[in-house]
Design a protein around this ligand. Structure first.
Ligand code: DX5
Ligand code: ZN
Length: 217
């Protein structure tokens, strides 16, 4: 099975957003990964609804929206209206995670949970059967272009075991510092989806870089 490839638009050229999205439309990417940062949950601010709507106008692929914001429950419906097909909230940002997962599903979107590098996958035990995706952060969220954290491999193994033991259909997505070097082992450990920002957009040929990630052995 080929991996799902989700280039992170955060690393694209915002002054040429339309052509960047059109490039992704033509590529072998499966999803467009959209990083929303509020300057509170993470020490950075990315972009909000007007930009997301502009992306949606041109995108021909599902928008995988990663909310790095406090109180995400206040904005779920608005993100769905702005075109999100997958909405991931951070476990660390939700006091009522189970309720927020149901809220996402009620909009018709797929529900994901993102976890920081310090968060044990065991904390997902009681919700894993309810979610469509777990986004395992392999860097501390807030910025593109950071170094991959090696402990992620262990977490994927533990998460895979949890998913199987709970009969869950959740996909495992890896986000942060993904490149051609670490991708094979990530997939071997059980990753289903790879997010890649700077590795794709800083490469000489993003179309080819996406194709290489998609078609590795
Ligand atoms: C980090 C974001 C990532 C980021 C990945 O907070 O969640 O999605 O865009 O960028 P790279 O691939 O450059 O680490
Ligand atoms: Zn992300």
């Amino acid at each position: 099975m080929k991996p799902i490839i989700a280039p992170s638009v955060l690393a694209s050229d915002f002054a040429n957003l339309q052509s960047e999205v059109e490039m992704l439309n033509e590529s072998q990417a499966d999803w467009l990964h959209i990083d929303i940062m509020d300057g509170r949950f993470v020490p950075n601010i990315s972009f909000g609804f007007p930009v997301l709507q502009a992306i949606q106008r041109h995108a021909k692929k599902p928008l995988d929206v990663h909310l790095m914001i406090v109180e995400p429950e206040l904005y779920i419906e608005q993100f769905r209206d702005a075109g999100a097909e997958i909405i991931s909230v951070h476990l660390e940002a939700c006091n009522h995670l189970h309720r927020t997962i149901q809220q996402i599903k009620a909009t018709g979107a797929k529900a994901g949970i993102a976890i920081n590098p310090h968060t044990s996958v065991q904390l997902l035990d009681d919700v894993i059967a309810d979610v469509d995706l777990v986004c395992v952060m392999s860097v501390n969220p807030g910025f593109g272009g950071q170094k991959f954290i090696e402990n992620t491999y262990r977490k994927i193994e533990a998460l895979k075991n949890l998913i199987i033991s709970r009969n869950s259909n959740a996909l495992i997505e890896i986000d942060g510092g993904v490149n051609q070097q670490n991708a094979p082992l990530l997939l071997e450990k059980g990753a289903d989806a790879l997010v890649a920002g700077s590795f794709v957009f800083n490469s000489a040929d993003p179309l080819q870089t996406i194709a290489n990630l998609k078609n590795q052995a």
